[in-house]
Design a protein around this ligand. Structure first.
Ligand SMILES: C[S@@+](CC[C@H](N)C(=O)[O-])C[C@H]1O[C@@H](n2cnc3c(N)ncnc32)[C@H](O)[C@@H]1O
Length: 260
C-alpha cells in the first residue's frame, strides 16, 4: 500500500496536520473526517455546513446516540478531543444548544481557526487536559481516537462527571464485531463501562465513494504527491478505498459511561 501523507505518530504527524490545516480552508465548518452520506435535510440547508455536509452528518450520527430530552441537552457540558477547526462543535451548538461546548486540538492552526469563528477550541494535548475533574457530561471524539495515546482515555475518565458519557466514532480494519471488542478493551482499561456500538459503515462508504469520484484535482500532480494524496483522501484507485469497497474496513460509533 502506498503510504498516506499522515505519519502514524510523533512530531511528523503533528507537523503534517499543521500543514494540512494551513493549506486547506475547509470552509466555515472546517472538517477532516471520512463523512457519512446522505446528509440530512437540515444540514444540507444550512449554509454554515454546505461545504462539507457529509463530514457534519457523521457528527450528527454520533449525537443521535444520546437519548436525552431537550432539557437534559440544555443542562449539559461537552468536550471534544481532536476537534480540528471546530465544525462538529458548531453543529452541536447550533442544533442542540448545550450549556457549554469546547474542544481540545493539538494543531495550533486548527484551534486558532476555530476560535476566529467563535468556537471554543483550545490548543493542547488530549493526554494532558487542563480542565478540572468531573467537569463534563459528555466527551466525544470523531476520527481522532486512533491518534490519541492511552493517557487520553485516563484523562477523559477524570474530566467526566460520574455517569458521564464517552462517544467515539472511529474507522477500524476488521468487522464491526472486532471493532466493538477492540474499543471495549481500550476504554475498559481506563475504567469505562461499554454501553453501545452502532455500525455506520454503509453511510461512510457512500461518502468516500462520492468524494473520491468528485476529486479530480489529484490527477495532474507528480506521481510522488499523487500517490500519497490518493491514499490520504481515499481517492479512486487507492488501496485504502479498495479496503472499504471489499468490506475489510468498518466505522463504528461506540458509547461508554463513567460508572457512578
Ligand atoms: C482526522 S482529524 C479529525 C478532526 C475532527 N475530529 C474532524 O472530524 O474534522 C484528527 C485530529 O486529531 C488531532 N489530534 C491528534 N493527536 C491529538 C492529541 N494528542 N490531542 C489533541 N488532538 C489531537 C489532529 O491534530 C487532528 O486535527
Amino acid at each position: 500500500m502506498a503510504p498516506s501523507f499522515i505519519p502514524t505518530s510523533g512530531w511528523g504527524q503533528r507537523l503534517t496536520y499543521e500543514l494540512i490545516y494551513l493549506s486547506f480552508g475547509f470552509g466555515r465548518s472546517g472538517m477532516f473526517n471520512v463523512g457519512f452520506a446522505p446528509a440530512r435535510q437540515g444540514i444540507l440547508a444550512d449554509r454554515a455546513f454546505a461545504v462539507r455536509p457529509h463530514q457534519i452528518e457523521l457528527y450528527a450520527q454520533m449525537f443521535d446516540q444520546v437519548p436525552w430530552d431537550a432539557d437534559q441537552w440544555r443542562r449539559s457540558d461537552w468536550l471534544e478531543l481532536g476537534a480540528g477547526c471546530g465544525g462538529g462543535l458548531l453543529h452541536l451548538q447550533t442544533n442542540h444548544a448545550p450549556r457549554s461546548a469546547m474542544g481540545v486540538e493539538r494543531s495550533y492552526v486548527a484551534a486558532r481557526r476555530a476560535r476566529r469563528l467563535g468556537i471554543d477550541v483550545r490548543q493542547g494535548d488530549a493526554a494532558r487536559l487542563a480542565m478540572e475533574s468531573a467537569r463534563f457530561d459528555v466527551v466525544f471524539c470523531l476520527d481522532a481516537l486512533g491518534y490519541l495515546p492511552s493517557a487520553a482515555l485516563t484523562e477523559t475518565f477524570r474530566v467526566l462527571k460520574p455517569g458521564g458519557i464517552l462517544l467515539c466514532g472511529e474507522s477500524f480494519r476488521g468487522t464491526p464485531e472486532a471493532a466493538r471488542e477492540h474499543y471495549h478493551r481500550r476504554a475498559g482499561a481506563a475504567g469505562f463501562e461499554f454501553t453501545g456500538c452502532r455500525d455506520v459503515s454503509a453511510g461512510v462508504l457512500r461518502s468516500l465513494l462520492e468524494r473520491s469520484s468528485a476529486a479530480s484535482f489529484a490527477h495532474g500532480l507528480p506521481a510522488f504527491f499523487r500517490d500519497r494524496l490518493k491514499e490520504t483522501l481515499f481517492l479512486d484507485g487507492s488501496d485504502r478505498l479498495r479496503l472499504w469497497q471489499c468490506g475489510a474496513m468498518c466505522f463504528v460509533i461506540t458509547t461508554f459511561r463513567r460508572p457512578d
